[in-house]
Unconditional design. Structure first.
Length: 59
């Protein structure tokens, strides 16, 4: 088996390599999206805490 035969994957190269590429892309994007959501949630919690402190100080 030569390298070109391996890369051709028996005529299914588009599907095989496309699947690998899409999976790799999603594995890179998911942690980035999770980090973004985490940071947004932490900012939201920080705002809630600040507002609660302000309300307590005004009472």
């Amino acid at each position: 088996m030569s390298v070109s035969e391996f890369l051709d994957m028996g005529g299914y190269a588009l599907y095989v390599w496309g699947s690998f590429g899409l999976t790799a892309l999603l594995m890179v994007l998911e942690p980035m999206l999770l980090r973004s959501r985490r940071n947004a949630t932490l900012r939201r919690i920080g705002r809630i805490i600040r507002l609660n402190r302000e309300v307590r100080n005004e009472s």
